[in-house]
Design a protein around this ligand. Sequence first.
Ligand code: NOJ
Ligand code: NOJ
Length: 439
Amino acid sequence: MTAGLELEDWVERQCRRSAGFMAKSVSAVGLRKERPGLGQVMVPARGSVLASPVPAAWDPEPDYFFHWLRDSALVMDAASELIRGSADDGERTAWQERWRDFVAFSLRLDRLSGRRLVTGVNLERRVKPAMRPHFRGTAELAAIEGDRLRGEVRFNPDGTLDLLRWTRPQHDGPALRALALLRHAPLCVGDAERDALAGLLRADLTYVARHAGEPCAGPWEEESGRHYYTEVVEAAALLAGAVWAEAGGDAALARTCREAGLRSEAGLDDFVSGDMLAARAGEGSGAALDSAVILGVLHAGRRDSRHGLADPRLLATLDRLCDHFAAAYPLNRAHPEEAPALGRYPDDGYFGGGPWFVTTLAAAELHYRRASLAGADGAADLARGDAFMATVRRLVPEDGSLSEQADAETGAPVSARHLAWSYAAFVTAAAARRRAVDF
Ligand code: NOJ
Ligand code: NOJ
Protein backbone atom coordinates (compact mmCIF):
# COMPACT_ATOMS: atom_id res chain seq x y z
CA MET A 1 0.00 0.00 0.00
CA THR A 2 1.25 3.42 -0.89
CA ALA A 3 0.32 6.20 1.50
CA GLY A 4 0.09 9.91 0.88
CA LEU A 5 -1.43 10.33 -2.59
CA GLU A 6 -5.06 11.11 -3.37
CA LEU A 7 -6.73 8.13 -5.02
CA GLU A 8 -6.90 9.90 -8.38
CA ASP A 9 -3.18 10.69 -8.39
CA TRP A 10 -2.39 7.19 -7.30
CA VAL A 11 -4.48 5.73 -10.14
CA GLU A 12 -2.63 7.87 -12.69
CA ARG A 13 0.77 6.94 -11.29
CA GLN A 14 -0.10 3.25 -11.12
CA CYS A 15 -1.45 3.42 -14.68
CA ARG A 16 1.89 4.75 -15.95
CA ARG A 17 3.76 2.09 -14.00
CA SER A 18 1.43 -0.61 -15.30
CA ALA A 19 2.01 0.51 -18.88
CA GLY A 20 5.77 0.34 -18.30
CA PHE A 21 5.63 -3.13 -16.78
CA MET A 22 3.22 -4.34 -19.45
CA ALA A 23 5.64 -3.27 -22.17
CA LYS A 24 8.21 -5.70 -20.77
CA SER A 25 6.02 -8.63 -21.85
CA VAL A 26 5.80 -7.55 -25.49
CA SER A 27 8.62 -8.37 -27.93
CA ALA A 28 10.79 -9.41 -25.00
CA VAL A 29 13.63 -10.38 -27.36
CA GLY A 30 16.26 -9.88 -24.67
CA LEU A 31 14.86 -12.62 -22.42
CA ARG A 32 15.62 -16.29 -22.43
CA LYS A 33 13.97 -19.18 -20.67
CA GLU A 34 15.18 -22.75 -20.51
CA ARG A 35 12.92 -25.74 -20.24
CA PRO A 36 15.53 -28.44 -19.76
CA GLY A 37 12.91 -31.20 -19.50
CA LEU A 38 11.89 -30.48 -23.09
CA GLY A 39 15.34 -29.58 -24.36
CA GLN A 40 14.11 -26.04 -25.08
CA VAL A 41 15.82 -22.67 -24.88
CA MET A 42 13.15 -20.08 -25.50
CA VAL A 43 13.95 -16.60 -26.85
CA PRO A 44 10.79 -14.55 -27.47
CA ALA A 45 10.23 -13.23 -31.00
CA ARG A 46 9.18 -9.68 -31.81
CA GLY A 47 5.45 -9.29 -31.48
CA SER A 48 4.99 -12.08 -28.96
CA VAL A 49 3.29 -11.21 -25.68
CA LEU A 50 4.35 -13.15 -22.60
CA ALA A 51 1.64 -13.83 -20.03
CA SER A 52 4.43 -13.17 -17.52
CA PRO A 53 8.02 -12.27 -18.43
CA VAL A 54 9.35 -13.72 -15.18
CA PRO A 55 10.79 -17.18 -15.87
CA ALA A 56 9.42 -19.76 -13.42
CA ALA A 57 8.89 -23.49 -13.50
CA TRP A 58 6.07 -24.24 -11.04
CA ASP A 59 8.70 -23.77 -8.31
CA PRO A 60 6.28 -22.52 -6.94
CA GLU A 61 5.34 -19.76 -9.43
CA PRO A 62 3.73 -21.14 -12.59
CA ASP A 63 5.52 -21.20 -15.93
CA TYR A 64 3.67 -18.47 -17.87
CA PHE A 65 6.44 -17.92 -20.42
CA PHE A 66 3.95 -18.40 -23.26
CA HIS A 67 2.03 -16.29 -25.77
CA TRP A 68 -1.61 -16.94 -24.78
CA LEU A 69 -4.21 -15.89 -27.34
CA ARG A 70 -6.50 -14.58 -24.58
CA ASP A 71 -3.90 -12.72 -22.54
CA SER A 72 -2.15 -11.24 -25.57
CA ALA A 73 -5.42 -9.92 -27.03
CA LEU A 74 -6.30 -8.24 -23.74
CA VAL A 75 -2.83 -6.74 -23.42
CA MET A 76 -2.86 -5.34 -26.96
CA ASP A 77 -6.39 -3.99 -26.45
CA ALA A 78 -5.06 -2.08 -23.43
CA ALA A 79 -2.18 -0.93 -25.63
CA SER A 80 -4.70 0.64 -28.04
CA GLU A 81 -6.16 2.46 -25.06
CA LEU A 82 -2.68 3.80 -24.30
CA ILE A 83 -2.21 4.92 -27.91
CA ARG A 84 -5.55 6.75 -27.83
CA GLY A 85 -4.92 8.32 -24.41
CA SER A 86 -1.26 9.23 -24.42
CA ALA A 87 -0.01 12.75 -24.97
CA ASP A 88 3.54 11.44 -25.36
CA ASP A 89 4.59 10.89 -29.01
CA GLY A 90 7.37 8.51 -28.09
CA GLU A 91 5.05 6.30 -26.10
CA ARG A 92 2.44 6.24 -28.86
CA THR A 93 5.01 5.38 -31.51
CA ALA A 94 6.45 2.57 -29.40
CA TRP A 95 3.04 0.98 -28.87
CA GLN A 96 2.16 1.38 -32.56
CA GLU A 97 5.28 -0.54 -33.42
CA ARG A 98 4.52 -3.28 -30.90
CA TRP A 99 1.06 -3.54 -32.45
CA ARG A 100 2.49 -4.01 -35.95
CA ASP A 101 4.83 -6.68 -34.62
CA PHE A 102 1.98 -8.38 -32.76
CA VAL A 103 -0.07 -8.64 -35.97
CA ALA A 104 2.92 -9.97 -37.92
CA PHE A 105 3.73 -12.51 -35.19
CA SER A 106 0.08 -13.64 -35.04
CA LEU A 107 0.00 -14.13 -38.82
CA ARG A 108 3.17 -16.19 -38.59
CA LEU A 109 1.52 -18.54 -36.09
CA ASP A 110 -1.04 -19.35 -38.79
CA ARG A 111 1.68 -20.99 -40.86
CA LEU A 112 2.61 -23.54 -38.18
CA SER A 113 2.08 -27.19 -38.87
CA GLY A 114 2.07 -29.98 -36.31
CA ARG A 115 2.65 -32.55 -39.00
CA ARG A 116 5.80 -30.79 -40.15
CA LEU A 117 6.98 -30.53 -36.55
CA VAL A 118 6.84 -34.26 -35.90
CA THR A 119 8.05 -35.46 -39.31
CA GLY A 120 11.51 -36.93 -39.34
CA VAL A 121 12.38 -36.29 -35.67
CA ASN A 122 11.83 -38.26 -32.55
CA LEU A 123 10.44 -35.61 -30.23
CA GLU A 124 9.64 -38.16 -27.51
CA ARG A 125 13.33 -38.94 -27.16
CA ARG A 126 14.14 -35.31 -26.38
CA VAL A 127 11.70 -35.22 -23.48
CA LYS A 128 13.31 -36.06 -20.12
CA PRO A 129 11.57 -38.83 -18.14
CA ALA A 130 10.31 -36.42 -15.45
CA MET A 131 8.62 -34.36 -18.15
CA ARG A 132 6.98 -37.25 -20.04
CA PRO A 133 3.63 -37.09 -18.20
CA HIS A 134 3.33 -33.44 -19.32
CA PHE A 135 4.31 -34.01 -22.96
CA ARG A 136 1.34 -33.88 -25.37
CA GLY A 137 2.54 -36.73 -27.49
CA THR A 138 3.32 -36.96 -31.16
CA ALA A 139 -0.18 -37.93 -32.30
CA GLU A 140 -1.81 -34.89 -30.72
CA LEU A 141 0.86 -32.59 -32.16
CA ALA A 142 0.60 -34.09 -35.65
CA ALA A 143 -3.10 -33.16 -35.81
CA ILE A 144 -2.54 -29.40 -35.37
CA GLU A 145 -3.11 -27.86 -38.79
CA GLY A 146 -5.10 -25.00 -40.27
CA ASP A 147 -8.28 -24.31 -38.36
CA ARG A 148 -7.03 -26.26 -35.32
CA LEU A 149 -4.28 -23.69 -34.70
CA ARG A 150 -6.73 -21.15 -33.26
CA GLY A 151 -7.88 -23.62 -30.61
CA GLU A 152 -4.28 -24.05 -29.46
CA VAL A 153 -4.81 -21.54 -26.64
CA ARG A 154 -1.14 -20.67 -26.28
CA PHE A 155 2.12 -20.83 -28.22
CA ASN A 156 5.77 -20.64 -27.35
CA PRO A 157 6.92 -17.03 -27.52
CA ASP A 158 9.50 -17.93 -30.17
CA GLY A 159 6.58 -18.74 -32.46
CA THR A 160 6.59 -22.54 -32.17
CA LEU A 161 3.92 -24.97 -31.00
CA ASP A 162 3.57 -25.70 -27.29
CA LEU A 163 4.67 -29.27 -26.55
CA LEU A 164 2.89 -29.48 -23.20
CA ARG A 165 -0.52 -30.88 -22.37
CA TRP A 166 -3.01 -28.15 -21.64
CA THR A 167 -6.77 -27.66 -21.54
CA ARG A 168 -7.70 -27.39 -25.21
CA PRO A 169 -9.45 -26.19 -27.18
CA GLN A 170 -10.52 -22.78 -25.84
CA HIS A 171 -12.37 -20.59 -28.33
CA ASP A 172 -12.40 -17.21 -26.60
CA GLY A 173 -8.91 -16.19 -27.74
CA PRO A 174 -9.69 -15.64 -31.45
CA ALA A 175 -12.86 -13.70 -30.52
CA LEU A 176 -10.92 -11.48 -28.13
CA ARG A 177 -8.25 -10.91 -30.74
CA ALA A 178 -10.92 -10.02 -33.32
CA LEU A 179 -12.39 -7.48 -30.90
CA ALA A 180 -8.95 -6.00 -30.21
CA LEU A 181 -8.25 -5.78 -33.96
CA LEU A 182 -11.62 -4.10 -34.63
CA ARG A 183 -10.89 -1.48 -31.97
CA HIS A 184 -7.35 -0.99 -33.23
CA ALA A 185 -8.31 -0.69 -36.92
CA PRO A 186 -8.98 3.08 -36.81
CA LEU A 187 -5.50 3.61 -35.32
CA CYS A 188 -3.68 1.89 -38.19
CA VAL A 189 -1.31 4.00 -40.25
CA GLY A 190 -0.63 3.14 -43.88
CA ASP A 191 -1.94 0.50 -46.26
CA ALA A 192 0.51 -2.24 -45.32
CA GLU A 193 -0.53 -2.05 -41.69
CA ARG A 194 -4.22 -1.94 -42.56
CA ASP A 195 -3.93 -4.94 -44.92
CA ALA A 196 -2.07 -7.07 -42.39
CA LEU A 197 -4.64 -6.29 -39.73
CA ALA A 198 -7.51 -7.04 -42.11
CA GLY A 199 -6.01 -10.41 -43.06
CA LEU A 200 -5.71 -11.51 -39.47
CA LEU A 201 -9.14 -10.17 -38.59
CA ARG A 202 -10.85 -12.00 -41.47
CA ALA A 203 -9.25 -15.28 -40.38
CA ASP A 204 -10.22 -14.74 -36.74
CA LEU A 205 -13.82 -13.89 -37.64
CA THR A 206 -14.10 -16.90 -39.93
CA TYR A 207 -12.94 -19.14 -37.11
CA VAL A 208 -15.28 -17.59 -34.57
CA ALA A 209 -18.24 -17.90 -36.96
CA ARG A 210 -17.47 -21.57 -37.43
CA HIS A 211 -17.00 -22.45 -33.74
CA ALA A 212 -19.24 -20.05 -31.80
CA GLY A 213 -21.34 -21.87 -29.24
CA GLU A 214 -19.34 -25.10 -29.39
CA PRO A 215 -18.45 -26.48 -25.98
CA CYS A 216 -14.81 -25.85 -25.06
CA ALA A 217 -12.72 -25.05 -22.00
CA GLY A 218 -13.52 -21.65 -20.49
CA PRO A 219 -11.26 -18.72 -19.67
CA TRP A 220 -10.06 -20.39 -16.46
CA GLU A 221 -8.90 -23.33 -18.51
CA GLU A 222 -10.74 -25.88 -16.45
CA GLU A 223 -13.78 -27.92 -17.45
CA SER A 224 -15.14 -28.12 -20.96
CA GLY A 225 -18.69 -26.93 -21.56
CA ARG A 226 -20.60 -23.85 -22.67
CA HIS A 227 -19.14 -20.76 -21.01
CA TYR A 228 -20.80 -17.38 -20.78
CA TYR A 229 -17.45 -15.61 -21.03
CA THR A 230 -16.58 -17.33 -24.29
CA GLU A 231 -20.01 -16.92 -25.86
CA VAL A 232 -20.52 -13.27 -24.95
CA VAL A 233 -17.20 -12.32 -26.56
CA GLU A 234 -17.98 -14.53 -29.57
CA ALA A 235 -21.34 -12.80 -30.09
CA ALA A 236 -19.79 -9.34 -29.77
CA ALA A 237 -16.91 -10.14 -32.15
CA LEU A 238 -19.27 -11.54 -34.78
CA LEU A 239 -21.80 -8.71 -34.68
CA ALA A 240 -19.11 -6.00 -34.77
CA GLY A 241 -17.20 -8.05 -37.36
CA ALA A 242 -20.29 -8.10 -39.60
CA VAL A 243 -20.42 -4.30 -39.58
CA TRP A 244 -16.70 -4.10 -40.35
CA ALA A 245 -16.92 -6.62 -43.21
CA GLU A 246 -19.94 -4.84 -44.67
CA ALA A 247 -18.12 -1.49 -44.61
CA GLY A 248 -15.15 -3.12 -46.33
CA GLY A 249 -17.34 -4.52 -49.10
CA ASP A 250 -17.05 -8.19 -48.09
CA ALA A 251 -20.73 -9.08 -48.20
CA ALA A 252 -20.18 -12.83 -47.85
CA LEU A 253 -18.15 -12.53 -44.65
CA ALA A 254 -20.61 -9.96 -43.33
CA ARG A 255 -23.50 -12.38 -43.84
CA THR A 256 -21.63 -15.27 -42.22
CA CYS A 257 -20.76 -13.14 -39.21
CA ARG A 258 -24.24 -11.70 -38.84
CA GLU A 259 -25.98 -15.08 -38.99
CA ALA A 260 -23.58 -16.70 -36.55
CA GLY A 261 -23.62 -13.60 -34.34
CA LEU A 262 -27.41 -13.56 -34.05
CA ARG A 263 -27.45 -17.27 -33.20
CA SER A 264 -24.74 -16.72 -30.65
CA GLU A 265 -26.56 -13.76 -29.16
CA ALA A 266 -29.76 -15.80 -28.75
CA GLY A 267 -27.74 -18.52 -27.02
CA LEU A 268 -26.72 -16.11 -24.26
CA ASP A 269 -30.17 -16.48 -22.71
CA ASP A 270 -29.27 -20.07 -21.84
CA PHE A 271 -27.08 -18.60 -19.10
CA VAL A 272 -29.83 -16.68 -17.34
CA SER A 273 -30.33 -18.20 -13.92
CA GLY A 274 -33.07 -16.47 -11.92
CA ASP A 275 -32.02 -12.86 -11.45
CA MET A 276 -28.38 -13.48 -12.33
CA LEU A 277 -26.08 -14.69 -15.10
CA ALA A 278 -24.43 -18.07 -14.72
CA ALA A 279 -20.94 -18.72 -16.00
CA ARG A 280 -21.88 -22.10 -17.46
CA ALA A 281 -25.03 -23.30 -19.16
CA GLY A 282 -27.12 -26.19 -17.96
CA GLU A 283 -26.06 -26.41 -14.34
CA GLY A 284 -29.34 -25.44 -12.71
CA SER A 285 -30.16 -22.36 -10.69
CA GLY A 286 -27.64 -20.84 -8.32
CA ALA A 287 -24.76 -22.70 -9.96
CA ALA A 288 -21.79 -21.18 -11.68
CA LEU A 289 -21.31 -17.96 -9.74
CA ASP A 290 -18.13 -16.64 -11.36
CA SER A 291 -16.35 -13.33 -11.97
CA ALA A 292 -15.79 -14.47 -15.55
CA VAL A 293 -19.33 -13.20 -16.26
CA ILE A 294 -18.29 -9.65 -15.36
CA LEU A 295 -15.07 -9.94 -17.36
CA GLY A 296 -16.97 -11.28 -20.36
CA VAL A 297 -19.33 -8.31 -20.61
CA LEU A 298 -16.43 -5.87 -20.17
CA HIS A 299 -14.26 -7.55 -22.77
CA ALA A 300 -17.19 -7.80 -25.18
CA GLY A 301 -17.69 -4.05 -24.79
CA ARG A 302 -21.46 -4.47 -24.67
CA ARG A 303 -23.57 -1.65 -23.23
CA ASP A 304 -27.03 -3.19 -23.84
CA SER A 305 -29.64 -3.88 -21.23
CA ARG A 306 -29.43 -7.56 -22.15
CA HIS A 307 -26.01 -9.10 -21.64
CA GLY A 308 -24.39 -5.68 -21.49
CA LEU A 309 -23.36 -3.08 -18.95
CA ALA A 310 -26.96 -1.99 -18.46
CA ASP A 311 -28.24 -5.50 -17.71
CA PRO A 312 -29.53 -5.53 -14.11
CA ARG A 313 -28.60 -9.22 -13.91
CA LEU A 314 -24.96 -8.26 -14.30
CA LEU A 315 -25.10 -6.11 -11.17
CA ALA A 316 -27.01 -8.84 -9.33
CA THR A 317 -24.21 -11.23 -10.26
CA LEU A 318 -21.58 -8.80 -9.02
CA ASP A 319 -23.50 -8.32 -5.75
CA ARG A 320 -23.58 -12.05 -5.25
CA LEU A 321 -19.83 -12.28 -5.91
CA CYS A 322 -19.19 -9.46 -3.43
CA ASP A 323 -21.25 -11.14 -0.72
CA HIS A 324 -19.42 -14.37 -1.27
CA PHE A 325 -15.87 -13.00 -1.25
CA ALA A 326 -16.57 -10.49 1.55
CA ALA A 327 -17.26 -13.45 3.81
CA ALA A 328 -14.76 -15.90 2.34
CA TYR A 329 -11.50 -13.92 2.49
CA PRO A 330 -9.95 -12.99 5.85
CA LEU A 331 -8.52 -9.81 4.33
CA ASN A 332 -12.03 -8.69 3.37
CA ARG A 333 -13.40 -9.58 6.81
CA ALA A 334 -10.71 -7.34 8.30
CA HIS A 335 -12.09 -4.36 6.30
CA PRO A 336 -15.85 -4.83 6.44
CA GLU A 337 -16.58 -1.21 5.45
CA GLU A 338 -14.62 -1.41 2.22
CA ALA A 339 -15.36 -2.95 -1.16
CA PRO A 340 -14.25 -6.59 -1.17
CA ALA A 341 -11.31 -7.90 -3.15
CA LEU A 342 -12.72 -10.49 -5.58
CA GLY A 343 -11.51 -13.91 -6.64
CA ARG A 344 -12.58 -16.01 -9.59
CA TYR A 345 -15.33 -18.21 -8.10
CA PRO A 346 -16.24 -19.89 -4.78
CA ASP A 347 -13.90 -22.70 -3.76
CA ASP A 348 -11.28 -21.94 -6.40
CA GLY A 349 -8.26 -24.02 -5.43
CA TYR A 350 -5.68 -22.60 -7.86
CA PHE A 351 -2.78 -21.17 -5.83
CA GLY A 352 -5.02 -20.84 -2.78
CA GLY A 353 -7.90 -19.22 -4.67
CA GLY A 354 -7.23 -15.72 -3.35
CA PRO A 355 -8.31 -12.41 -4.85
CA TRP A 356 -7.16 -11.66 -8.39
CA PHE A 357 -6.23 -8.25 -9.73
CA VAL A 358 -8.13 -8.77 -12.98
CA THR A 359 -11.38 -9.61 -11.20
CA THR A 360 -11.24 -6.83 -8.58
CA LEU A 361 -10.25 -4.30 -11.26
CA ALA A 362 -13.16 -5.55 -13.38
CA ALA A 363 -15.57 -4.56 -10.60
CA ALA A 364 -14.04 -1.07 -10.59
CA GLU A 365 -14.15 -0.81 -14.38
CA LEU A 366 -17.76 -2.02 -14.53
CA HIS A 367 -18.89 0.86 -12.31
CA TYR A 368 -16.74 3.42 -14.12
CA ARG A 369 -18.21 2.38 -17.43
CA ARG A 370 -21.75 2.44 -16.10
CA ALA A 371 -21.28 6.12 -15.23
CA SER A 372 -21.90 7.09 -18.86
CA LEU A 373 -25.01 4.96 -19.45
CA ALA A 374 -28.26 6.77 -20.16
CA GLY A 375 -29.98 7.65 -16.91
CA ALA A 376 -26.97 6.78 -14.75
CA ASP A 377 -26.02 8.60 -11.58
CA GLY A 378 -22.45 9.24 -12.71
CA ALA A 379 -21.13 10.46 -9.38
CA ALA A 380 -22.48 7.41 -7.56
CA ASP A 381 -20.98 5.05 -10.17
CA LEU A 382 -17.63 6.80 -9.94
CA ALA A 383 -17.67 6.46 -6.15
CA ARG A 384 -18.53 2.74 -6.42
CA GLY A 385 -15.69 2.21 -8.86
CA ASP A 386 -13.32 4.11 -6.59
CA ALA A 387 -14.25 1.88 -3.66
CA PHE A 388 -12.90 -1.14 -5.60
CA MET A 389 -9.85 0.86 -6.72
CA ALA A 390 -9.08 1.71 -3.09
CA THR A 391 -9.20 -2.02 -2.31
CA VAL A 392 -6.86 -2.77 -5.21
CA ARG A 393 -4.53 -0.09 -3.89
CA ARG A 394 -4.21 -1.89 -0.55
CA LEU A 395 -2.96 -4.95 -2.43
CA VAL A 396 -0.38 -3.24 -4.64
CA PRO A 397 3.17 -3.37 -3.30
CA GLU A 398 5.23 -0.18 -3.00
CA ASP A 399 6.98 -0.77 -6.36
CA GLY A 400 3.70 -0.99 -8.27
CA SER A 401 4.20 -4.59 -9.42
CA LEU A 402 1.09 -6.68 -10.05
CA SER A 403 1.02 -10.45 -9.71
CA GLU A 404 -1.89 -12.68 -10.74
CA GLN A 405 -3.32 -13.07 -7.24
CA ALA A 406 -2.92 -11.87 -3.70
CA ASP A 407 -2.93 -14.03 -0.59
CA ALA A 408 -6.47 -14.18 0.85
CA GLU A 409 -5.17 -13.52 4.34
CA THR A 410 -2.08 -11.31 4.06
CA GLY A 411 -2.55 -9.72 0.63
CA ALA A 412 1.00 -10.75 -0.33
CA PRO A 413 1.65 -11.47 -4.06
CA VAL A 414 0.80 -15.02 -5.13
CA SER A 415 1.20 -17.04 -8.36
CA ALA A 416 2.64 -15.50 -11.55
CA ARG A 417 4.61 -12.28 -11.03
CA HIS A 418 4.29 -9.25 -13.29
CA LEU A 419 1.21 -10.72 -14.97
CA ALA A 420 0.73 -8.72 -18.16
CA TRP A 421 -3.06 -9.17 -18.00
CA SER A 422 -3.14 -7.62 -14.50
CA TYR A 423 -1.41 -4.54 -15.92
CA ALA A 424 -3.78 -4.46 -18.89
CA ALA A 425 -6.75 -4.59 -16.52
CA PHE A 426 -5.32 -1.64 -14.61
CA VAL A 427 -4.79 0.39 -17.77
CA THR A 428 -8.35 -0.17 -19.03
CA ALA A 429 -9.90 0.50 -15.60
CA ALA A 430 -7.92 3.76 -15.30
CA ALA A 431 -9.04 4.82 -18.80
CA ALA A 432 -12.66 4.06 -17.90
CA ARG A 433 -12.24 6.12 -14.73
CA ARG A 434 -10.95 9.07 -16.73
CA ARG A 435 -14.00 8.90 -18.99
CA ALA A 436 -16.31 8.67 -15.97
CA VAL A 437 -14.71 11.79 -14.46
CA ASP A 438 -15.00 13.72 -17.75
CA PHE A 439 -18.57 12.66 -18.39
C1 NOJ B 1 -6.20 -24.69 -13.27
C2 NOJ B 1 -6.29 -23.21 -13.14
O1 NOJ B 1 -7.42 -22.82 -12.47
C3 NOJ B 1 -6.19 -22.58 -14.47
O2 NOJ B 1 -6.44 -21.22 -14.42
C4 NOJ B 1 -4.86 -22.95 -15.05
O3 NOJ B 1 -4.56 -22.22 -16.17
C5 NOJ B 1 -4.88 -24.44 -15.28
N1 NOJ B 1 -5.12 -25.13 -14.05
C6 NOJ B 1 -3.62 -24.95 -15.89
O4 NOJ B 1 -3.42 -26.27 -15.61
C1 NOJ C 1 -4.57 -18.70 -15.69
C2 NOJ C 1 -5.86 -18.06 -16.06
O1 NOJ C 1 -6.92 -18.83 -15.52
C3 NOJ C 1 -5.99 -17.94 -17.55
O2 NOJ C 1 -7.17 -17.25 -17.86
C4 NOJ C 1 -4.80 -17.22 -18.14
O3 NOJ C 1 -4.91 -17.22 -19.53
C5 NOJ C 1 -3.52 -17.88 -17.71
N1 NOJ C 1 -3.48 -18.01 -16.29
C6 NOJ C 1 -2.30 -17.09 -18.17
O4 NOJ C 1 -2.31 -15.82 -17.58
